[in-house]
Design a binder for this molecule. Structure first.
Ligand code: URA
Length: 182
């Protein structure tokens, strides 16, 4: 399956969602996802769909790979061990978790925490793309190689992607290590 960057999936919307309407727009996306059965992850032991969390008007968005066991149980991204590290990263930036927006490439836990398959990521990407277009962050941080691969549509080493600015959905995008790796 050919990788396609989020920028090549769809043009940026001409009319941007106003700040006052972003929370409602996110709820509409979540409702459209519903009790999703669009990809095999729906039948792979998923408990909760992990939509995303944080400020609908955040200037900074983090994108991880996919929910783990704690996230699958709670429905909230990055609440387990990796989440504690992400919280520390956010605090070290002088921000509160409530000020940023956090989501994942796939919204359902891959069994055994395996890497999401390209077909699963591609099925789910339409929703993350729309979340990004609603929130309109200025900066996106891809957490780990999987998030970077699917957002940028390129399969390259993390070390070659790190330390450079990329672009994604009108935002600057930086790639860094996944907190679980750190
Ligand atoms: N790892 C991720 O990539 N996302 C989560 O939400 C939790 C762990």
């Amino acid at each position: 399956m050919k990788l396609v960057s989020f920028d090549d999936l769809a043009p940026l919307p001409e009319v941007r969602v106003a700040a006052s309407e972003r929370a409602e727009a996110l709820v509409a996306i979540q409702q459209e996802i519903g009790d999703c059965t669009r990809c095999p992850l729906a039948y792979a032991g998923r408990h909760k769909i992990v939509f995303g969390d944080g400020d609908p008007n955040a200037r900074l968005m983090f994108v991880g790979e996919g929910p783990g066991a704690d996230e699958d149980a709670s429905g909230v991204p990055f609440v387990g061990k990796a989440g504690q590290l992400l919280n520390n990263m956010i605090a070290a930036m002088g921000l509160k978790r409530e000020q940023v927006y956090i989501a994942n490439i796939v919204k359902c836990r891959p069994p055994g925490n395996r890497v999401p398959e390209p077909s699963e990521a591609s099925t789910c990407s339409q929703f993350l793309l729309r979340q990004m277009d609603v929130v309109q962050p200025q900066v996106v941080v891809a957490l780990g190689a999987t998030a970077a691969t699917y957002l940028l549509g390129v399969k390259r080493s993390l070390s070659s992607l790190r330390g450079h600015w990329h672009r994604c959905r009108g935002a600057k995008l930086a790639v860094t290590y996944h907190p679980a790796f750190l």
